[in-house]
Design a binder for this molecule. Structure first.
Ligand code: ATP
Ligand code: MG
Ligand code: MG
Ligand code: MG
Length: 483
C-alpha cells in the first residue's frame, strides 16, 4: 500500500466514524512559551482538554507535522543511527473531547489495524498501564478487559509510568495509555523471544506504532492529580512507522516516504544506499547509509519549518533549524564527499511527494530551495577550514578532552554549532570542556549586549491565513535553553 493511501485510509476511517478531519497545525509553535515546535498531535488541542474553549467537533482526526529535536522529546541523537526515529514525522491522530472513551478508541484502533490495514493479529502486542502507588492511580483494568476481547492475553503487556502514563509536561492533562507495537521480525526469529522483553525494549524490529492516551487527570502545580471534569481520548500513530509495517519493510527509510529522496541523493552523489535487508555491509557503506538517512530526514524538518515561516537564524527556533541543516551539510561533506550545495535539490522531490496533503512546500518551493541553498553555500565556505582546525586541535590535545575555548572558536568564527562539534569529536573518541565553552559564550554575550540591546525577529509570516497570531520569540529565546 502506497504511503498516500495509508494516510488517506486513516483519515477516511475516522471520518466514517464521525470525526471531523482538520489540517495539521504549523510545525512551529508561536504562542506557547513552553514549546518551540509541535512535538505531538495534541499540542494544538491541549486547551480543550483543560476545559478552555470548545473544539469544532467532539471528534477530530488529522495528521500532524511533528518535530522532536528539543525539550522533553528530543530524538535527534537517534536519527540516522536507528531506522524509525525521525526529527520531522507525521503523527496520525484521533481525538475525543469529552465524547467516546476507552471502549471505542481501542476497538477502532484494532479494527483499523487488523481489518482495514490487515496487519496479522499475531504480529501485534499491546501494553496497558500497571498502575502507580505514588500517584494513587490503579492498574487500568478497563483497558485490559477491552483488549482481552480482541487479543490473546499473553500479548497484553503491563507497562509502567514511564511508558504507559502519558503527561503533557510537568503540569496539565494526563492519563494512562495503551501502546500498540508491531513485530516485524522474520518468522523464524519470532518464536525465540516473545512478550515483555520485546516491547518498549528497543528491539529494532518490534516497534511502537500507536499510542492511545486516556486523558482523565490534570497534574497540578504541587504534583498531585485531580480528575478532569470530562474524559478524553488522544491518540498518536507514527505515519512513517505504519508505512514500514504495511509495506513489509524493517526500516522507515525503505518505504516510499523516503525512497524518492534517497534516489535523488544517489543520483547526485553517485553513491548507493543499501536497504535494511542487505546485511553484512562494510564499515564504509554503513557510514554512507547513516549520512544518507540523516540528510533525507533533516531536509524534511528544515523544509517544513521554512515553509511554515521559520527561517534558519541565530536565535531560538531559527537556530534549531540552522543546527539541523548544518548537521546534514557536514554529514554530506564528510561521508558523501559533497563539496557543493546539494540538499536544496531535494526540496523539489519532497514538494512533489507532499503536494496532496501538505501543499505548503510546493507553493513555496523556490523560497525553500533558495534559503537552503544559501545556508549550504555559507556553511560550506567555512566548513573545510573549521574541520581542519578541529583536526589540529584533536592532534594537539593530550588526553581525550578538547578545550572549550577551541570549540567556541569553531562556533564563533566557523559557524559550527557546539552539538555538531561534539558529534565530530565523539566520532574520534573525544569530548570537550563544556564549562569553558560557556565561559567564552558568556563573555561574547556581554560584549554583544553592550553593542546592542535589540534582538532581531526571525519569524516571517509566509502563508497568510495558515498561521495564527504570533507573539514573538523574544520571550521564548530568553526562557528556553537551547541545547
Ligand atoms: P518511542 O518510544 O519509539 O520513542 P514515543 O513513545 O516517544 O515513541 P509517543 O510520544 O507515544 O512516542 O508518540 C506517538 C507515536 O509517534 C509513537 O507510537 C510512534 O509511532 C511515533 N513517533 C514517536 N517519536 C517518533 C519519531 N521520532 N519519529 C517517528 N515516529 C515517532
Ligand atoms: Mg520517544
Ligand atoms: Mg514509547
Ligand atoms: Mg509512546
Amino acid at each position: 500500500m502506497k504511503s498516500q493511501d495509508v494516510r488517506k485510509q486513516f483519515l477516511d476511517f475516522f471520518k466514517s466514524n464521525g470525526h471531523l478531519i482538520v489540517p495539521s497545525a504549523p510545525i512551529v509553535l508561536k504562542d506557547d512559551p513552553t514549546l518551540m515546535f509541535n512535538n505531538s498531535g495534541m499540542a494544538q488541542f491541549k486547551e480543550f482538554f483543560l476545559g478552555n474553549g470548545t473544539p469544532k467537533s467532539p471528534r477530530i482526526a488529522d495528521t500532524q507535522k511533528c518535530l522532536r529535536v528539543s525539550g522533553k522529546h528530543n530524538d535527534l541523537e537517534d536519527v540516522g543511527f536507528d531506522t524509525y526515529h525521525h526529527t520531522m514525522f507525521e503523527m496520525l491522530g484521533n481525538w475525543s473531547f469529552g465524547d467516546y472513551f476507552k471502549k471505542e478508541a481501542i476497538n477502532w484502533a484494532w479494527q483499523l489495524l487488523t481489518e482495514v490495514y490487515k496487519i496479522p493479529k499475531e504480529n501485534l502486542y499491546v501494553s496497558v498501564f500497571e498502575g502507580s502507588k505514588e500517584d494513587n492511580v490503579p492498574f487500568d483494568q478497563e483497558a485490559w478487559d477491552i483488549w482481552k476481547t480482541l487479543i490473546d492475553e499473553d500479548r497484553i503487556i503491563l507497562g509502567n509510568k514511564k511508558d504507559n502514563f502519558w503527561e503533557m509536561g510537568d503540569q496539565g492533562p494526563c492519563g494512562p495509555c495503551s501502546e500498540i507495537h508491531v513485530d516485524l521480525r522474520p518468522e523464524a526469529e519470532k518464536a525465540l523471544v516473545t512478550g515483555k522483553s520485546l516491547v518498549n525494549n528497543d528491539h529494532p524490529q518490534v516497534v511502537e506504532i500507536w499510542n492511545n492516551v486516556f486523558m482523565e487527570f490534570n497534574r497540578k502545580a504541587d504534583g498531585s492529580l485531580e480528575k478532569l471534569p470530562a474524559q478524553h481520548v488522544d491518540t498518536g500513530m507514527g505515519f512513517e512507522r505504519l508505512c514500514m509495517a504495511l509495506q513489509g519493510k524493517t526500516s522507515n527509510y525503505d518505504t516510499d516516504v523516503f525512497t524518492p529522496l534517497i534516489e535523488k541523493v544517489e543520483q547526485i552523489t553517485g553513491l548507493k544506499y543499501t536497504s535494511d535487508e542487505v546485511k553484512n555491509i562494510s564499515e564504509e557503506q554503513n557510514k554512507t547509509n547513516i549520512a544518507i538517512r540523516v540528510i533525507v530526514d533533516h531536509v524534511r524538518a528544515v523544509a517544513f519549518a521554512i515553509a511554515d515561516g521559520q527561517l534558519p537564524s541565530n536565535t531560538g527556533a531559527g537556530y534549531v533549524i540552522r543546527r539541523i541543516l548544518r548537521r546534514a551539510i557536514r554529514y554530506g561533506f564528510t561521508f558523501l564527499n559533497t563539496k557543493e550545495p546539494f540538499i536544496n535539490k531535494l526540496v523539489e522531490v519532497l514538494a512533489n511527494q507532499m503536494e496532496e496533503f501538505f501543499p505548503e512546500i510546493k507553493s513555496q518551493q523556490q523560497l525553500v530551495t533558495n534559503v537552503i541553498r544559501e545556508e549550504e553555500a555559507s556553511f560550506l565556505r567555512t566548513l573545510d577550514q573549521g574541520l581542519q582546525l578541529l583536526e589540529n586541535v584533536v592532534t594537539e590535545t593530550t588526553g581525550k578532552e578538547v578545550s572549550g575555548a577551541k570549540v567556541f572558536e569553531l562556533y564563533d568564527t566557523f559557524g559550527f554549532p557546539k552539538d555538531l562539534t561534539a558529534l565530530i569529536l565523539k566520532e574520534k573518541g573525544f569530548s570537550y570542556n563544556e564549562a569553558e565553552f560557556e565561559v567564552e559564550l558568556q563573555k561574547q554575550k556581554t560584549r554583544s549586549r553592550a553593542a546592542s540591546e535589540v534582538s532581531t525577529e526571525d519569524w516571517n509570516v509566509l502563508i497568510p491565513g495558515n498561521v495564527e497570531t504570533f507573539v514573538g520569540y523574544d520571550k521564548i529565546e530568553n526562557e528556553v535553553k537551547i541545547t
